[in-house]
Design a protein around this ligand. Structure first.
Ligand code: F6P
Length: 370
């Protein structure tokens, strides 16, 4: 049954990803063409939960004119946060201490008071898990899969991934000549959290000699032996791509920071691997951390189109009476999958993935190679 929808909200949560503005553009055009009003919530849910922080309004009406020139821009015009979980918000107490407080009822109340009939939540696994909980508490939610990490089950692609991989590939391409000139090992650390998609795709595209991903724990001695062998065979330099979540056999991920109310911050494995490879190969080594550069800049054409399509598809899903689903790329179409299922983490399956097989064929080491 189609509900009577007149006004919808859209928000962007978690780390930004190129293509967010294209999603907003697509959703606004689709909503306006149905005669619906559409409002953006500033900074995740903060615009509704902390209205006093927004003198110009925490809820912004989005018109065609607002989004006319944004789909090629990186970032998000609405702002985002990864500290904004309404179910578990770090809140300052009267005595100055910080406490995690469930403010979801307050948020739902605010959605109702503002006569918002549905919510389009654009996010990765964290933001979509929040969206799923809101759906269970009675809010009509449609999720849109965003993350450069591409680690969401049920969609072939998340928007942002293609831009991140394209930029990482360009950076690694550039490192070949300087690595060759100095006959060095250059280790490139890329983002991706607990999945190796960015490392794998950019490493393959940019002809790395070794790619270390979380799904295949590495043995540094084997990586060093692989590079030494290639050196003896005549390749005077090496490029190693390391996913930030890569870990040695029997070891854990390298953390930069652990903070209450936030996901763990990964990072630092690149420097460790660089020092170890220099020691084991006796070759000068350098580390380049691409970090947030992978999230910045303009989305590629693929991410713009994916974003526009996802935004329009989210509105289309609502107009077809759907809720509690995430729009998903399932070529040749964009369809909807239950949010519950969509938030599962998607990792590479070693040995079961054609890219892993390609890597073997190209003699690219995964750290466990014989
Ligand atoms: O999930 C996207 C992502 O860029 C990860 O690849 C990375 O680990 C994390 O976000 C970094 O988050 P922050 O912006 O909080 O440093």
């Amino acid at each position: 049954m189609t509900r009577d929808i007149r006004q919808v909200a859209i928000n962007t949560g978690g780390g930004d990803a190129p293509g967010l503005n294209a999603v907003i553009h697509g959703a606004v055009h689709a909503a306006r063409s149905l005669g619906w009003r559409i409002f953006g919530i500033r900074d995740g849910y903060d615009g509704l939960l902390e209205p006093k922080n927004y003198p110009n309004g925490g809820l912004v009406e989005l018109r065609r004119s607002t989004v006319r020139d944004i789909s090629h821009l990186g970032g998000t015009i609405l702002g985002t946060t990864n500290r904004g979980d309404p179910f578990c918000r770090l809140t300052k107490q009267a005595d100055g201490s910080m406490k995690e407080v469930d403010r979801s009822d307050e948020l739902i109340d605010s959605l109702r008071k503002n006569r918002l009939d549905a919510l389009i939540a654009v996010g990765g696994d964290g933001s979509l898990s929040i969206a799923n909980k809101l759906q269970k508490k009675g809010v009509s939610v449609i999720g849109v899969p965003k993350t450069i990490d591409n680690d969401l089950e049920s969609t072939l692609l998340t928007f942002g991934f293609n831009t991140a991989v394209s930029f990482a590939t360009e950076c690694i391409d550039r490192l070949h000549s300087t690595a060759l000139s100095h006959q060095r090992i250059i280790v490139v650390e890329v983002m991706g959290r607990h999945a190796g998609w960015i490392a794998l795709h950019s490493g393959l595209a940019a002809r790395a000699d070794a790619i270390l991903i979380p799904e295949i724990p590495y043995q540094i001695e084997k990586v060093a032996a692989h590079l030494r062998r290639k050196h003896l065979e005549g390749k005077p330099y090496s490029i190693v791509v390391v996913a930030e979540g890569a870990k040695p056999v029997g070891g854990g991920e390298t953390l930069k920071a652990r903070e209450r109310g936030c996901a763990d911050r990964l990072g630092g494995i690149g420097e460790t691997v660089t020092a170890q490879l220099q020691e084991l190969t006796a070759r000068e080594s350098r580390c380049v951390v691409l970090g947030h550069l992978l999230r910045g800049g303009s989305p590629t054409a693929i991410d713009r189109i994916l974003g526009l399509t996802f935004g329009a598809a989210a509105i289309n899903a609502l107009s077809n009476g759907m809720e509690g689903v995430m729009v998903a790329l399932n070529p040749p179409r964009v369809d909807c999958v239950p949010l519950e299922k969509a938030i599962a983490e998607l990792k590479l399956v070693p040995g079961d993935n054609e890219f892993v097989i390609t890597s073997r064929a190209l003699n690219i080491c995964f750290g466990d190679a014989d």
